[in-house]
Write a protein that binds this ligand. Structure first.
Ligand SMILES: [Zn+2]
Length: 178
């Protein structure tokens, strides 16, 4: 298990493409069977240097907590290593890092419209709350959901997230205890 704080200092470097110092590197258990990928860091993530500390992270932490899963046990990152810019090379760097991080994982959880569109090729609205069993980029099941900070704005949105996380919990338990 890796500590988020430790990760932060280990990785706190500027983007080597654009020089941005607002880089928010992946955190959490490096060996976790689960990788969670969001779209981009929000201000709170940049301040703390830890992805998913903003509103989205709060919802995720809370809903996973209800299921007895500590989010720190899971690997977490964003597609964009720093706030979105117009540099395609920064985007490419982020994409490559996701694919590198995704290697050997057993479950990928995509949270956001950009990541679902990029890696699955469909609108997140079509796949919200669903599990894609095969995809072009990943060799494990891919769980798709809209940004949890958005989905809590409607009751059904939260239900979909909770049902998806329930499936995730069940698969995660099988992986850990088998
Ligand atoms: Zn950059």
């Amino acid at each position: 298990m890796t500590d988020d704080f430790e990760d932060f200092f280990e990785n706190s470097i500027a983007c080597h493409v654009c020089g941005s110092s607002k880089v928010v590197p992946p955190v959490g258990n490096k060996n976790s069977p689960i990788l969670i990928v969001g779209d981009f860091p929000v201000d709170e993530d940049v301040t703390t240097g830890v992805p998913m500390t903003g509103p989205m992270g709060r919802v995720l932490r809370q809903e996973l907590g209800h299921l007895g899963i500590d989010v720190k046990q899971l690997r977490r990152m964003n597609l964009w290593k720093h706030p979105v810019n117009k540099n395609p090379a920064c985007f490419k760097l982020g994409t490559e890092e996701v694919l590198r991080e995704a290697k050997d994982r057993k479950i990928i959880l995509l949270l956001g419209s950009d990541v679902v569109k990029l890696f699955i090729g469909k609108s997140v609205m079509d796949l919200n709350g669903l599990i894609v069993e095969s995809s072009l980029y990943f060799s494990c099941p891919v769980f798709c959901c809209i940004n949890p900070a958005i989905c809590i704005k409607e009751v059904r949105g939260l239900v979909k997230l909770d049902l998806l996380l329930l499936s995730l919990q069940s698969m995660y338990r099988k992986i850990i205890y088998d």
